[in-house]
Design a protein around this ligand. Sequence first.
Ligand code: GLC
Length: 430
Amino acid sequence: MRHSRKFASLAAASVLAMTLAACSGGGSSGGSSSGGLSGDAGANLDGRGPITYVQGKDNSNVVRPLVDKWNAAHPTEKVTFKEQSDKADQQHDDLVQNFQAKNANYDVVDVDVVWTAEFAAKGWLQPLKDKMAFDTTGFLPATVATATYKNTLYAAPQTSDGGLLYYRKDLVPTPPKTWDEMMSMCSIAKAKGIDCYAGQFAQYEGLTVNAAEAINTAGGVIVDKDGKPAVNTPEAKAGLSNLVNAFKDGNIPKQAITYQEEQGRQSFESGKLLFLRNWPYVYNLAKTDGSSVVKDTFGIAPLPGKTGPGASSLGGHNIAMSVYSKHKATAMDFMKFMTSQETEKFYATQGSLAPVLSALYTDKDLVAKLPYLPVLLTSIQNAVPRPVSPFYPAVTQAVQVNAYAALKGDKSVDQALTDMQAALTAAGSQ
Ligand code: GLC
């Protein structure tokens, strides 16, 4: 409690400081057209012209066709696609550097759901209110929450993400419902000479996702409902131990300690892995990649849990506008285009990305094409958000560093959780 109060008051103070700085700062077009927005957030609201859209690697090849379509219809407001790497942490750091440099050419950016609070608190994202309001009617409430900070919307939900279990239905006709059941099926993998289970265990954001899922699934939490770190518990210990033990006994292969999303996908597609925890984007690639040998032999199930389905971490990406953009009217139109019903349907059919619009989960066409949609909706609706904090980089470091040390056997699970709790507490009192 003490820490969360301290944290809240500091956060409020920094917002106040920022507001003051913004009022005295050199916003060029304040006045009536700013509609209550001030400083950089009040500038260039009517600006139109070419813009840049910045996003991580377009694994599913959805961005280029959309940008081409937009550009054909908007010859004087063309979008240039700046593609970042496929690694979440590198994407984050690139955005931070460019925001710090007030780069006016990072007009519209793709923001992982866990970065909203940090970027909003720093004053880098255009608040979507007043003249820049964005209508979120029809969006899944959980996705809107990930784009909101201190009751203000700072981004438009673009694609959601929920963890799924990819499995080889030729080898395991009925997927495991629980973690223990899945572990017992590893003998099937062994008999075939393939690896049993992998998720994302390299030290980066994906490990925070996977560690949180293990902990939440076992009944633990990273932070409690008041936002106070509460990870040093028997439940969290049971959850993290599941991963640690699976590494020890080889049910998770040693090399998975280097896996981000793409390495696990490649292993699964090449037929070398029985079970894979990954996001929905893998479905389309595993079905269509020339190199996928599992095209007709894989299925999708809910993540395995303690007694029933496990708890996914809520993933996803939101589309936001930089306060430093000079062409905000164009940026807003492009954000609407990138989140329209038609575009959301395209993300789903072309890239098997999770829609943010509720109606699409019961759209007959879509469900016929993507039979896993109901499982995905359940995953998203039951997903647990990662902690919301303007100091998220320190929060995720606290989880990653200690979970990684436990998985590698450098720290006992007890020590890792004690240290994680301390580092989370320090992160909340910055
Ligand atoms: C996916 C998720 C995102 C998560 C990342 C971790 O891109 O959508 O929320 O942080 O994976 O690698």
